[in-house]
Design a protein. Sequence first.
Length: 143
Amino acid sequence: MKRLKAIISVLGGLPFLAARPSPVQRRNQRGTALVEAMAAIAITASAGVAALGLVSISAATSSNVATEATASWIAASQAEKIHAAAFVLTPGQYETISTPSGFSVTNATSDVVGGDSAIQLVTIAVARAGEEIVSVALVKVDR
């Protein structure tokens, strides 16, 4: 029998030969399991809150990119319209294009320093809710 016990202890024991825990030990184990479960829930909840924060940041960034892309498109369209329009004397403005809801576009002409009166600098500004998003400058020549 001693030899069998020695072989079993070397092999790591057999579960059915292990001593059963007392009722007090079982109660202590239940409390430990509860604490472990609560810790696991807290860790999972923390990870979930962090993931929601990342989703929120991602959505805001995506919205900003979409706004800037729309503003760039508006500025390019306004520049094309100015390029095709008849020359307006400085100071002056060219006709503006219609913009999507919430956006506005303005343009203003100014003299080019050291240039002649047939060359002007046109500044195009695109804004949304009163905040300027894109500003572009181009040269218009009366030829």
